[in-house]
Design a protein around this ligand. Sequence first.
Ligand code: COA
Length: 337
Amino acid sequence: MKRTVIRGTGRALPSRLVTNDDLTKIMDTTDEWIRQRTGIEQRYWIPEGEEVGASDLGLEAAQKALDKAGWAAEDLDFIIFATLSPDITFPGAGCLLQAKLGLNSTPVLDIRQQCTGFLYGMATADAYIKTGLAGKVLVVGAEVHSTGLDKSTRGRDITVIFGDGAGAVCVEGIETDENVGVIASSLHADGTAADSLMLELPASRLPDRLPPDVAVDDPRYYPSMDGKKVFKKAVRKLPEVTKEVLVKAQVPLEDIDMFFPHQANLRINQAYAHFMKIDESKVFNNIQKYGNTTAASIPIALDEAMEQNLVGKKDDTILFLGLGAGLTWGGLLYRFA
Ligand code: COA
C-alpha cells in the first residue's frame, strides 16, 4: 500500500530579533501583558528596509529540507506553498519559489488556508501521492507578516502576536504494508466566521480596489481579529478534530508521542492539554521564541523537534493540529517509518 513519509524538514527565521521590550518602544504595551496573555517573549521580523518575501524565507527552508532528503530540486514532482502573506498579490508565492529553486515546469499549488495552510498542504500532498499523481512533494509554509502590521497602539492586539518565518517538509510515497506515514487527516472550514480574522483591503469586490476616499492608514488595510471568538473556537475545535482523526486512524490517544498544535497562543495549547488530559510535556510549543508564524508554525516546530531528537524514531506517532482564519481547522496524524 502506498504511504506518504517525511524525508526532510527545514526552517528559516529572519535575522531581526524583536523582543517584547522592543515593542514597548513603539506602542503602548508591556512585556508582562504579552507574556501573560500569549506566552510570546520574542519574534523574528525581516530586517527593516530589506525586500524579503515569503518565497525568500520559503526558499531557505526548502533548500534545507531538500538537503536533508538528499534530493535535488529537479527531483520534485509537485510543490505546495501555503501562505497568507504572498510576496505579491499574484501570481502566488509558490511560482516565485519554484523559479528560485531553478525550476521552470514543475507544477505548483498555492494554498490560502492561513494557520491551517500547512495541514491542508500535507493532506493534499498525501492525496496526490496516494493517487499516484506525484512521488516526491515539497510542502512549504512561509509568512512575512511584519511589513503588513499596524505597529501603532491601535494594532497592538495583533501586532504583538505575529512573527515572520518559514518551514518546509519533503514527503515521498513508498510502498509498505506497515501502518506508517500520514495515517489520517481531517480538514474543516466555516466561512460564516470569515470576518472574525481577516485583512479587508485592498478588495476586488469594491468598485475601486483601493478606494480613493479611504486613507492609506485606515484600519482595514491591516489584519483585524475578534481574539476572544477565535480563542474560544480553537479551544473547542482542536479537541473535537483530534477525536475525529483518531477515530479515522483507529489509533488511541495514548499512542501519540507528541502533539504539534499551531502556535497561536500558549494558553490555547495549555487549555488543549488540560481538556485532553495529556501531559503538557507532550505538547510541543515554541511560540515563546517565534510568535505566531501562521502557515509556517507547524513545519518550524517539527523541524526543531526533529533536530532535538524529540521525535523522528521509527514508530514515533505525532499529531499536527491547527485553527485559524477562514475560519479553518484540522488535524493530521503521522507515524515515522
Ligand atoms: N498590550 C497591552 N494591552 C493590550 C494589548 C497589548 N498588546 N492588546 C490588547 N490589549 C488590551 C485591550 O485593549 C483590552 O483593554 P481594555 O480591557 O481596556 O479594553 C485588554 O487588553 C484585553 O483585551 P482582549 O482582546 O480582551 O484580551 P484577550 O485576553 O482576549 O487577549 C489575544 C487577546 C489576542 C491575545 C487573545 O484573544 C488570543 O490569543 N486570541 C486567539 C488568537 C488566535 O488564535 N488567532 C488565530 C490564529 S492567527
